[in-house]
Design a protein around this ligand. Structure first.
Ligand code: CA
Length: 233
């Protein structure tokens, strides 16, 4: 294995799944370090400085949420959490604690691979503060000039609609939770006002989507948040 290949830390207590996942990842030329407990995982994260962490939330010793909280005190390593199905509140909490993305079991390894690639790519292009123009499909957003186009057509947005879109652009391709959006666009005292989000997201979809009922750009992550389509990569 080439020592310059990205090192992925996998924290997963199910031995069969751990084996399957690490074999798959190694076949894609990643170096993989596997641990079955949160504590061992945290120690490995500190000692080996992985490029990315894949974290199962249900662990035998400390909770996956606690692993994220501990890690985020000193590390910016990208984190993908793995969770059982129908655990939206767990996923939301993990994202609010600082995880970057999530997959619910069972998932396709193709999707996992594309999420890993996207996260590593995002880290590689940091700092992203300099992003001036975002483009995906027909959608084009000029961030500094605050102008939005669908194809050739300029679309007029209200300041709140634009700010909401900007938060999604900064996390393009990744899920942003309801809480994170409410906090960033309206402020910390609005985190319970999720109806604001529904209303403004509806308005944005009417302005930006060909078919607002089947959005192509502003994607819903049921029970968790929203994800802006970042184009084919
Ligand atoms: Ca588990």
């Amino acid at each position: 294995m080439n020592p310059t290949n990205p090192l992925l830390l996998l924290i997963e207590d199910d031995p069969q799944f751990q084996m399957l996942l690490s074999t798959t990842l190694e076949s894609q030329d990643y170096q993989v370090l596997s641990h079955a407990t949160g504590l061992e995982g945290l120690i490995a994260a500190r000692n080996r400085q992985p490029n990315l962490l894949i974290l199962d939330l249900g662990l035998p010793d400390i909770d996956g949420q606690e692993v994220i909280r501990q890690l985020r005190k000193w590390s910016e390593v990208p984190i993908i959490v793995l969770s059982a199905r129908n655990q939206e509140s767990e996923i939301t909490q993990a994202l609010d604690n600082g995880a970057d993305d999530y997959l619910t079991k069972p998932f396709s390894t193709a999707v996992l691979m594309s999420r890993i690639k996207a996260l590593l790519r995002r880290v590689a292009r940091l700092p992203s503060g300099a992003l001036e123009v975002f483009q995906a499909g027909e959608l084009k957003i000029e961030l500094t000039r605050r102008r939005v186009f669908v194809g050739e057509q300029e679309v007029s947005l209200t300041p709140i609609e634009f700010n909401l879109l900007c938060v999604l652009v900064r996390h393009a391709g990744f899920v942003v939770t309801h809480r994170q959006l409410l906090e960033k666009v309206w402020g910390p005292s609005y985190i319970e006002h999720s109806h604001y989000l529904r209303i403004y997201m509806g308005q944005l979809r009417h302005k930006l989507e060909v078919n607002p009922a089947r959005p192509r750009y502003l994607l819903t992550e049921a029970g968790v948040g929203y994800r802006l389509y970042e184009g084919e990569n």
